[in-house]
Write a protein that binds this ligand. Structure first.
Ligand SMILES: Cc1ncc(COP(=O)(O)O)c(C=O)c1O
Length: 370
């Protein structure tokens, strides 16, 4: 079966991990620092703080901005549940909004209608790596004194108007889980413009301790520490950072190959019946997933057909407002409810061969011509 996602990892990553083993310092230390500095340069960000998952990146960012009980955070329902769980974990209230059916990104007009005096944050998602309209989002947020915490789990390497996602807004959260544009095995990071917030996040990721053990090692009393703020054990380890360092060196070739595959898919599917493509401009997009809309209620039928041809596919995502845990926050979201039943995610990863791409195209085409 051709998988839908797969990391591209090998001997170079293993060699870098081996170096960590040789130092014996497996936790947070010099590799994490090096990975953060590499990300900072690559993104053009003011500060980058590495953590252990994309989910903890979102949680700690919301926390650092003081989001808590009674606060509302507006976010699309059509996204992974990680962002919503982060909001709930702080006893804040998720306010679900619509998506733009042409891009799957946040519907900014609908979002603006849902702003109230309790709205403290907006959490847009750069779906599949396609950047949201950041000018509009930041303008509305600025006028309403709301912080924008971008869920950029899909968008490491993407840009908006010539600037990398991670260098534009208040706080941008990345994921480096096994299938993302680059992976650390598991990992995440927050790019933050405000130095004070960045420092807060640094402390919060190590249980609110003022200096982590790597920073303390040169002190005469390296055992001494102070707990200065509520926090979590969310730091990245050197082992994960070592993988990320090697992956980040390869990012451009990863993006080029993913774009090449997406272009092939677009050319093949453009004139097919029963499917619709999304309106994503590839020039600034580091494509994470390739999603098609299957019309006529035939999405599941297509997925079964693809499986019979040896092609795995997925659905990203089941809307959160119809999940049992979040039903108390469910508004009516007609566009989201229509779109999610039509979307199918096709295989897209760096190591796909040209034969794999041909197999996907042939199988989708055969289904549509049936
Ligand atoms: C949109 C989105 N946000 C957040 C996350 C959470 O990232 P992680 O898996 O690293 O916790 C994911 C992961 O798939 C995601 O797709």
């Amino acid at each position: 079966m051709l998988q839908a996602h797969r990391p591209s990892i090998g001997n170079e990553e293993l060699e870098e991990v081996k170096k960590v083993f040789e130092t014996g310092w497996l936790g947070m230390g010099s590799q994490v620092l090096e990975f953060e500095n590499m990300m900072k340069d690559y993104l053009g960000a003011c500060n980058v703080v590495a953590v252990n998952t994309g989910t903890t990146a979102l949680h700690i960012a919301l926390d650092a901005y003081g989001i808590g009980p009674g606060d509302e955070v507006i976010t699309p329902s059509l996204t992974f549940c990680a962002g919503i769980q982060s909001i709930i974990a702080l006893n804040a209230t998720p306010v679900f909004c619509e998506i733009d059916p042409d891009t799957l990104n946040i519907d900014i007009t609908d979002m603006e209608k849902r702003i109230t005096s309790k709205t403290k944050a907006i959490m847009p998602v750069h779906y599949c790596g396609y950047a949201c309209d950041m000018d509009k989002l930041l303008d509305i947020a600025g006028r309403n004194k709301i912080v924008v915490i971008e869920d950029a789990a899909h968008a490491f390497g993407s840009s908006y108007k010539g600037r990398k996602i991670g260098s534009i807004g208040d706080a941008t959260c990345f994921s480096f889980d096994p299938i993302k544009n680059i992976t650390c095995g598991e990992g995440g990071a927050i790019a933050v413009s405000d130095d004070v917030i960045a420092e807060k996040i640094r402390k919060k990721r190590v249980l609110g301790i003022s200096k982590d053990s790597w920073q303390r090692q040169e002190n005469t009393q390296s055992w001494f520490y102070e707990v200065v703020t509520p926090g979590y054990r969310y730091h990245m380890s050197n082992i994960n950072a070592a993988i990320g360092i090697v992956q980040l060196r390869k990012i451009q070739k990863f993006i080029d190959r993913r774009r090449f595959i997406v272009e092939k898919y677009n050319a093949a599917f453009r004139n097919l019946n029963h499917v619709k493509m999304f309106n994503w401009d590839l020039s600034e997009m580091a494509p994470f997933m390739y999603i098609l809309r299957v019309t006529g209620g035939r999405r599941d039928e297509m997925m079964n057909f693809l499986a019979s041809k040896g092609v795995a596919s997925g659905v990203h995502y089941i809307p959160n407002h119809i999940q049992p845990l979040f039903k108390d926050y469910a508004p009516e979201l007609a566009v989201t409810e229509m779109i999610w039943k039509e979307i199918v995610t096709l295989p897209l990863f760096y190591d796909m061969t040209d034969e794999d791409v041909t197999l996907v195209i042939r199988s989708v085409t055969e289904f549509c011509n049936k």
